[in-house]
Design a protein around this ligand. Structure first.
Ligand code: FAD
Ligand code: MLT
Ligand code: ZN
Length: 483
């Protein structure tokens, strides 16, 4: 892709304006009139070190009014921008492609109000997910979303990507739990839809468009969200399973026997666990190795009662030969430790070199087949091997099995064009043939922009383009991505 010549370059005069608007020195990282390369580098580079931008100006607004002034000015002067939250996104959406200005939301991190009866939280978009969750814990509530990047990602970023995470199975998608947002459009218009009502059927539900829009139609500045009561008891079990067929039976049984208390059902293959062992040096919680592992979490109101249920579930599935081995966490430390075998995969992969990540939805029956087929294809191309001469170290699969969401990851010793060519568009064609989705929860960003047609038909893409033009006629918001 080429830089869009309609966009202006940032000049010292522009910088002067932004400094006046934002007042505080620390709110502007200025690499235009000074040398700030080192300070700007982290904002130009994504979590995976796969995408790198060339921006020379980072703005950190502290209020909605400041966001509005910045965007109006950018729109009037044809300056392209990239909204940025915690910069943990995995599709290259959160960093510039060329010299777009980064609008980083980290200073807008206040919790505005919380209603202890209804469980409705209102907070600024730059609030870190874990901070929001800890605040809620002190009130007996839980944020209805949890994911491995919780210590860095923002709730505004979560909405912008429509993040799914580890407990979607229980608490549903952000499309259901978000009650309202405040957002700023490209021309500076503030859209105040910070509704605090569970029900509101007055007209089109415009906030839904911002959820999963990845910063292409506006910047989310505030969020109102329905939070569930925190469960008094949590239990976690990890199972070893001999085949994917049996993993599906285990899921069936878990829904039947644990129904109302089931809060997560996650899948990991042995390949993904081998990488975690390699990077952490930790010993596996089960004696033997199995082709598959499932992590099951329950959240309920009675610890003893829930543990009993999980124990008898484990006995039942072992008796029936569905599960080969299993372990139950007995305390908070063990719960956290079992979770690291699932949540730690992304981090472990990140340590080992370049990763090609495919976050996809596939009808459950064929979910894991994709990993087998991709592994065979990479192997047949002569790219997979144990020694340094092969670019690919491993092809692994894990994910939110309870939501039919697979994470296919190809772990490489270094990013390599040949690997990408073997994987794409093969992976997307494979998914389209099965009516899956090429983007389950991470979004499109830069990575999947050109592949949207594999999961959305031309009529829908056309409507989406109309929406983009309505909200951002000059196209200054997160250009080169998404559509
Ligand atoms: P960023 O990465 O900063 O931005 C993501 C996108 O949103 C960009 O397009 C950006 O322009 C836009 N954006 C950010 N803030 C705003 C805003 N205020 N207004 C408008 N647009 C905005 N994702 C899942 O769905 N499930 C998981 O289980 C999961 N686990 C992860 C684990 C790890 C270790 C990592 C590194 C990532 C994981 N992710 C997961 C991906 C990522 O964390 C999520 O997509 C997260 O929601 C991104 O939030 P962020 O604040 O970091 O956004
Ligand atoms: C996860 O479920 O671990 C995340 O979505 C991140 C990843 O896909 O690696
Ligand atoms: Zn995930």
């Amino acid at each position: 892709i080429q830089r869009d010549s309609r966009f202006a370059q940032v000049t010292p005069e522009h910088v002067k304006f932004f400094k006046e608007v934002l007042g505080s020195e620390s709110a502007v990282i200025d690499g235009v009139t000074s040398d700030a390369a080192d300070d700007i580098a982290p904002f130009n580079s994504d979590w995976m070190n796969k995408y790198r931008g060339h921006c020379r100006l980072v703005l950190k607004p502290g209020t909605t009014a400041e966001v509005s002034k910045i965007l109006k000015y950018c729109n009037d002067n044809m300056l392209a921008v990239v909204p940025q939250g915690g910069n943990t996104g995995l599709v290259g959406g959160s960093v510039p492609v060329f010299d777009e200005i980064v609008i980083n939301m980290s200073r807008m991190n206040k919790i505005i109000e919380f209603d202890e009866v209804s469980g409705i939280l209102v907070a600024e978009a730059g609030t870190i997910l874990e901070v929001a969750d800890q605040f809620l814990a002190s009130k007996g509530y839980i944020f209805p979303l949890d994911l491995g990047a919780k210590g860095s990602c923002h709730i505004g970023g979560n909405l912008a990507t429509n993040a799914g995470g580890l407990r979607l199975l229980r608490y549903g998608s952000l499309h259901g739990t978000t009650l309202g947002i405040e957002a700023v459009l490209a021309d500076g218009t503030v859209v105040d839809d910070l509704c605090k009502l569970r029900k509101n059927n007055t007209g089109y539900d415009l906030k839904q468009l911002f959820i999963g829009a990845e910063g292409t139609i506006g910047i989310i500045t505030k969020v109102s969200i329905q939070c569930p009561q925190r469960s008094a008891a949590q239990n976690v079990a990890l199972f070893g399973i001999e085949s994917y067929e049996l993993a599906q039976q285990a899921f069936r049984e878990a829904k039947g026997q644990l129904g109302e208390i089931l809060s997560a059902f996650e899948l990991m293959d042995e390949g993904s666990q081998a990488l975690v062992r390699q990077v952490t040096g930790n010993k596996s919680p089960l004696e033997e190795k199995y082709p598959f592992y499932c992590l099951i979490e329950t959240s309920g109101s009675n610890a003893e009662h829930d543990a009993e249920k999980l124990q008898s579930f484990l006995e039942d599935v072992m008796e029936k030969g569905i599960v080969a081995d299993g372990t139950l966490a007995e305390n908070e430390t063990q719960i956290r430790s079992l979770w690291t075998w699932r949540e730690g995969i992304t981090e472990a992969l990140g340590h080992l070199g370049g990763v090609y990540k495919y976050d996809v939805s596939i009808p459950l029956k064929e979910l894991y087949q994709m990993v087998e087929d991709v592994k065979a294809r990479v192997d047949a191309a002569g790219l997979l091997g144990d020694t340094d001469e092969y670019p690919v170290r491993a092809v692994v699969g894990y994910g939110h099995m309870g939501d039919a969401n697979l994470h296919l990851n190809v772990s490489t010793r270094r990013f390599d064009e040949r690997v990408e060519q073997v994987l794409e568009p093969f992976v997307y064609e494979w998914i389209a043939e099965r009516q899956g989705s090429i983007s389950a929860e991470h979004g499109l960003g830069l990575m999947k922009k050109k592949y949207i047609g594999y999961s959305r038909n031309p009529t829908m893409v056309g409507l989406m383009k109309n929406i983009k033009t309505t909200f951002d006629p000059n196209g200054i918001l997160n250009p080169y991505k998404y559509l």
